[in-house]
Write a protein that binds this ligand. Structure first.
Ligand code: 15L
Length: 267
């Protein structure tokens, strides 16, 4: 049997860097694409490095050849000007999906975000938590790009039968940094678990899932993830006594709901 090959866009970013060692498996080659420099392959590591942008159709088309699945993490990860969000996040996602379908890639995982529904009120869906497929209520242009990403994923599933999973990622960092993230944290290990679940689901399907750990203070419903076998293990609560003082915001998107639209923001 030939090796499984997975293309990861945005592989030099925060989530990409966390996933590189965690998705490595015997019999699997990770093809890592980023505009930013990537560490060369360590001895024994099965990786292929591609330097380029998700906005460059030629680069992305070549990178999709011979690939079994694409994990699309590439793009701007916070608020920015409409022009930049449009080019990198919206057009970039279209470029990736188009290249994947032209190359016959059967499966794509898209890194969406809680900011696609950032203007949903925490608690609005009752104790069961906000369902993963709640309709879009973006909090920024960045959030609009994530809602659009999900719509594009749906289109490519319906038109071409691709298996598409959209992950509404909460806060994927080594550890939570504030009270809001005690609810929305996705541990790196659980992120890898979620990706592995999506990589092995029966195809073809289209699904929107929360990317959240098994947090005691969760405010979203894990139902859709559970249905396909996602079993998060980590709980942000173990970090609770180290959090700076603060309260849960009214809206899921937290501070993103208040920052000026279209301004590059360090959040
Ligand atoms: C995101 O979508 C961002 O990419 C990340 O930097 C965090 O801000 C995260 O959401 C969050 O909401 O905590």
């Amino acid at each position: 049997m030939s090796d499984q090959r997975i293309l990861i866009t945005g592989a030099a970013g925060i989530v990409g860097t966390l996933m590189r060692p965690r998705l490595a498996r015997p019999g699997r080659i990770l093809r890592l694409l980023d505009i930013a420099p990537l560490e060369p392959a360590a001895p024994g590591e099965q990786v292929e490095i591609v330097t380029g942008s998700v906005t460059d159709a030629e680069v992305v088309t070549a990178a999709c050849q011979g690939v079994d699945a694409v994990i699309h993490l590439g793009g701007i990860s916070r608020e920015d000007s409409w022009e930049r969000i449009l080019e990198v996040n919206i057009d970039g996602t279209h470029t990736v999906l188009e290249a994947a379908q032209a190359a016959g890639v059967p499966r794509v995982i898209l890194a969406s975000s809680n900011h696609a529904v950032g203007f949903r009120r925490i608690g609005e869906a009752g104790p069961a938590g906000l369902p993963a497929d709640s309709s879009a209520r973006p909090d920024t242009y960045y959030g609009v790009s994530k809602a659009t990403m999900e719509a594009l994923g749906s289109l490519y599933h319906s038109r071409f039968g691709m298996d598409v999973s959209c992950l509404r990622i909460g806060s994927c960092f080594d550890h939570p940094a504030d009270v809001r993230q005690l609810s929305l944290w996705l541990s790196p290990q659980d992120c890898a678990r979620l990706l592995e679940t999506c990589l092995s689901t029966a195809e073809p399907g289209f699904r929107v899932l929360w990317g959240i750990s098994a947090n005691t203070r969760a405010v979203v419903s894990q139902g859709a993830g559970e249905q396909i076998g996602y079993r998060p293990v980590d709980d942000a609560e173990v970090f609770a006594d180290r959090m700076p003082p603060g309260e849960l915001p009214g809206y899921l998107g937290g501070a993103f709901c208040d920052i000026p639209l279209g301004q590059h923001n360090p959040l």
